[in-house]
Design a protein around this ligand. Structure first.
Ligand code: 3PG
Length: 217
């Protein structure tokens, strides 16, 4: 692996290990971005994956990156080279994809953004590992095999660390975090749409605090 890729992976790992959980958020209203990020950081959750699924997502990344001390604003749902460049321009500190395609991989080769690419099978995981991605998002975690999948791939693929995401909730996160090949888990359960709509930032901080206390390895 090149020294540059090594550095990029180390930077990603330190962000992914900032807390046991990466908050996956969907921002529908730009005004929610800063209070939501502040609520998560107040509870001890730092890495915030703002999904590029809404028209205000890039502005939300910009706002959180500029205004929220302690937040590590990243871009989720990065599907294309254009998404990657837009995330970089907005100041995202990391990017996440649900899966990978040849076009996205080609764009990533030319980028220095710490990036967590998605895989859901041993073949996909190995192909990414060959390119230097030793940390990967296992997505969609619950439907794609959950804890049992991760336990099964640890033997043959010991060098890969995963951030499982997709269907994980407060009650199941610890089962994942107990595995040796899990670096963190991702999930949207910290900021459910009803709490965001109600601007119940205190409840979100309480969920974040509980998540921050989950034991990682
Ligand atoms: C994602 O958007 O990356 C995941 O779908 C989040 O999954 P969750 O909403 O089930 O936590």
């Amino acid at each position: 692996m090149s020294a540059a890729m090594q550095k990029r992976q180390d930077a990603l790992e330190s962000m992914m290990r900032a807390a046991p959980v990466v908050a996956v958020v969907v921002i529908g209203k730009l005004g929610d971005a800063i209070p939501l990020a502040r609520a998560l950081v107040a509870g001890g959750i730092h890495a915030i994956e703002i999904t590029l699924r809404t028209p205000v997502a890039l502005d939300a990344i910009r706002a959180v990156a500029a205004e929220v001390d302690g937040a590590i604003a990243g871009a989720g749902t990065v599907l294309t080279a254009a998404d990657l460049h837009a995330a970089e321009d907005a100041g995202a500190r990391f990017g996440v994809s649900p899966g990978t395609s040849p076009a996205l991989l080609a764009a990533l080769e030319k980028s220095t953004l710490p990036f967590l690419p998605g895989s859901a099978t041993a073949s996909e995981a190995l192909a990414l590992f060959e390119r230097g991605y030793r940390l990967q998002k296992f997505f969609p975690a619950e439907p794609a095999g959950g804890v049992e999948y991760l336990r099964a791939v640890h033997g043959p693929l010991p060098g890969i660390g995963f951030c499982p995401t997709g269907g994980i909730r407060a009650a199941t996160a610890a089962n994942y975090l107990a595995l040796p090949n899990v670096v963190c888990v991702g999930g949207s359960w910290l900021s459910p749409a009803d709490l965001v709509r109600a601007e119940d930032w205190k409840a979100i901080t309480a969920s974040a605090r509980a998540a921050a206390l989950l034991r990682g390895r």
